[in-house]
Design a protein around this ligand. Structure first.
Ligand code: SF4
Length: 136
């Protein structure tokens, strides 16, 4: 069939043009994962205690529920299916709906995953030891 050759050639060209980009992207992901996330991997042997601050902006919640699936110790859903930061303190000020909670945990990946999987990225996690934001 005459059209098949064109399609094959086009898809081969497409494959060959995409391959280096995909490989480079994968290499970048691997590099950033090892550099960035390795320090917060769950390690049953070490059991290091991390001090984290979770910051949550409830106004931006779109009710996807990922936070509860990732970290049921720190998140639950209200009657409207919006996320609640358990025992989070609402911050006084002009902008309502900002909640903060500080935790000590040997399983930092739970809060980190909640922040990473939250679709509108309204959850942030800060490592109190370094003062740096570690997720999302
Ligand atoms: S993951 Fe984010 S958007 Fe989804 S319910 Fe939790 S806070 Fe709301």
């Amino acid at each position: 069939m005459p059209g098949t050759g064109v399609i094959d050639a086009a898809s081969k060209a497409n494959e060959s043009s995409q391959q280096p980009t995909q490989t480079a992207a994968t290499a970048t992901q691997k590099a950033s994962r090892s550099d960035y996330d390795a320090a917060y991997e769950h390690d049953k042997k070490v059991r290091k205690v991390f001090r984290l601050r979770i910051v949550y902006n409830k106004k931006g919640c779109v009710k996807s529920g990922h936070c509860v699936l990732s970290d049921p110790y720190d998140f639950e859903l209200d009657e409207e299916f919006k996320g609640i930061l358990k025992e989070g303190a609402e911050q006084p000020g002009k902008v309502p709906g900002i909640f903060i909670k500080e935790i000590e945990t040997t399983e930092p990946h739970l809060a980190i995953n909640a922040a990473k999987t939250c679709t509108p990225k309204v959850i942030a996690v800060i490592d109190l030891e370094t003062g740096k934001r570690i997720a999302p």
